[in-house]
Design a protein around this ligand. Structure first.
Ligand code: DC
Length: 202
């Protein structure tokens, strides 16, 4: 059976954790589409043309080291603005969304562009402050020289780039269920999401 869950939202909103837990609960396949842009971004840093990087995309690339570092995050954000790159990645993501046994995809444009007919859509968000604190905590585990103000500034500039770009900007789809994790814990958000999905996925 095919069943698609589309999850969008800004960086550090908790959408990755929520998506993984939903996928785990329902035994759906999971695709973190941000990782695709990170892999393409990383490859452009080594001198590859973005479209060549797309053509050579391989699932093993999602395990490359350093995909979450700041330099790669910036490169990912740059390639994500490129309409030709987004177009070239469309079918790969749609194909994944139609996997037998259900699929969860998370990103920025899943409910609006990639899977507009998804069975369920969620938009996961939280205040800038809360998201920056989460990202700071995560980055501090790997680098104790990290400064909160820098993390907050980077997050704001990335949000702006994702929201202001001309092609597939970050938007909440009108038919998405909003999960605001500013006050609602991740556990409570997962519970809500599972209830919503269970009401239509039998
Ligand atoms: O979710 P993330 O931080 O790993 O995403 C990395 C970058 O890719 C970020 O700048 C947003 C962009 N992205 C996108 O434009 N569309 C998606 N579906 C997923 C991510």
């Amino acid at each position: 059976m095919k069943f698609t869950v589309a999850i969008d939202g800004p960086a550090a909103s908790g959408k990755g954790t929520i998506s993984k837990r939903i996928a785990n609960f329902f035994k759906f396949s999971y695709l973190d589409t941000g990782m695709i842009y990170r892999v393409i971004g990383l490859k452009t840093l080594t001198g590859l043309e973005p479209l060549d990087a797309v053509a050579g995309l391989n699932e093993n690339d999602f395990n490359l080291p350093n995909l979450r570092n700041e330099e790669v995050s910036k490169a990912a954000s740059m390639v994500a603005k490129n309409p030709a790159v987004r177009e070239a990645l469309l079918e790969y993501q749609r194909h994944f969304s139609r996997r037998e046994g259900g699929a969860v995809l998370d990103g920025r444009d899943i409910g609006t562009v990639i899977c507009p007919a998804a069975d369920i859509k969620f938009f996961v968000t939280a205040s800038e402050e809360v998201r920056a604190k989460r990202r700071f905590k995560e980055l501090s585990l790997r680098n104790n020289g990290i400064v909160f103000e820098t993390v907050l500034a980077d997050l704001k500039s990335r949000d702006q780039e994702d929201t202001d770009r001309a092609t597939s900007p970050l938007r909440m789809s009108a038919d998405a269920v909003l999960l605001d994790t500013t006050k609602l814990s991740i556990d409570a958000s997962v519970e809500t999401a599972i209830e919503v999905i269970s009401s239509v996925y039998k």
